[in-house]
Design a protein. Structure first.
Length: 380
């Protein structure tokens, strides 16, 4: 994407009154961001859900926002901007109901990061919760998954550190701009992740402060870009439970580690399990077993090599269609007729959306399938 087009994307993304859902509606109506940026108030009112007041707000925002300065700030600080039509954009996030139009990325987002599990929980973690977050962060990384979390105190930071210790990758999604590391004491962790161990993501402007209202929106990104979410030590009012519910809304798997019934910080986890809203997790296999052919491939490689599985080597080694699992073969064969959207693939293959998403991710990692505009997939 050239600089002029990226500037247009930023202009619309930053304009007051334009959120993720509204951005997509605008794009559907106008066709491209340049036309949105030049839209009149009357034209904006023609979009579903936009009345006169909102149209005036957006029009004023498009006129006054300064995307050029934002782009200069990003470039000066080694931050890459990717839009939801770029191939580097996280595929599972692109499929979600409200994908951010623009992501700010510090570090590197790689194709194998599509194979991701989120770990979330309380900021006030006790010893047991912290140990389990570190343990599962490390185990998941060794199994070949990228660990996604929110860079917060407590469970989040331990999950990131565990993934790094396990020799894997981790992605931190911030509820602030990338120039405002929050909490400040995680500056070292921020730098460690960005410097070869993963990526830091945000949908917010570079200088955005860590306002409490930003974190629920941050949680939706954590949930949507992951194949599943593991909740570790979460009280009844924890934001981690919001992430779990958002994951379920995106047809992602939800897992929880149980805790003592008389400890308040585990009430949320225990209730998720009690109400069958999360699968009880006691070991790594409890998670891996939910992902069928994906985890089977990772396990097989780990056993063969005697080392942690590496999704990147899977891409190189297994990029041939004669080594597919039954679910992968079914999707692969269906795509012979041409590209199609995920809903149609689910319907024809008679498989749930979460499983089809996992299969499509694996086929992309193997270099056999590519994502196309309009949430469609086709053979490479």
């Amino acid at each position: 994407m050239d600089r002029n087009e990226l500037t247009c994307w930023l202009r619309v993304h930053l304009a007051s009154g334009v959120g993720a859902v509204r951005f997509r509606r605008l794009l559907d109506v106008f066709g491209d961001v340049e036309r949105i940026s030049r839209a009149t108030i009357l034209e904006l009112q023609g979009v579903e859900g936009i009345g006169l007041a909102t149209a005036q707000q957006i029009h004023e925002g498009l006129r006054t926002v300064n995307p050029e300065r934002e782009l200069e700030l990003a470039e000066a600080n080694g931050v890459t901007l990717i839009t939801m039509v770029d191939p580097e954009y996280p595929e599972l996030l692109r499929q979600s109901p409200s994908p951010p139009a623009v992501l700010y990325v510090k570090g590197e987002f790689r194709p194998q990061d599509q194979l991701a599990i989120a770990i979330v929980g309380t900021r006030r973690a006790g010893r047991y919760g912290s140990e389990q977050a570190y343990r599962f962060g490390s185990l998941l990384a060794q199994a070949g998954f990228t660990v996604v979390s929110g860079l917060a105190r407590g469970i989040d930071s331990q999950a990131h550190r565990g993934a790094i210790h396990g020799g894997g990758r981790t992605v931190a999604v911030m509820g602030a701009g990338l120039l405002n590391v929050y909490p400040p004491e995680h500056r070292g962790l921020f730098d460690e992740i960005a410097d070869g161990h993963g990526a830091i993501l945000s949908e917010l402007p570079m200088e955005a402060i860590p306002d409490p209202g930003n974190f629920p929106a941050r949680n939706r990104i954590v949930a949507a870009m992951s194949m599943g979410t593991l909740v570790i030590e979460a009280p009844k009012s924890s934001g981690a439970l919001i992430t779990a519910h958002l994951a379920a809304d995106c047809n992602r798997e939800v897992f929880a580690i149980p805790g003592p019934i008389d400890v308040p910080t585990f009430v949320g986890c225990n209730e998720l399990i009690k109400m069958s809203k999360a699968k009880l997790v006691m070991c790594l296999d409890d998670i891996l077993d939910e992902f069928g052919s994906v985890s089977a491939m990772l396990k097989k490689q780990a056993q063969a090599l005697g080392a942690p599985a590496d999704p990147q080597s899977i891409t190189v080694r297994d990029a041939q269609a004669d080594h597919l699992s039954e679910p992968e073969r079914k999707v692969w064969d269906f795509l012979t007729a041409g590209p199609n959207d995920i809903d149609t693939i689910c319907q024809i293959c008679q498989r749930p959306a979460a499983e089809v998403s996992s299969v499509l991710t694996m086929l992309q990692l193997k270099g056999l399938v590519k994502a196309l505009p309009g949430n469609q997939y086709g053979r490479k």
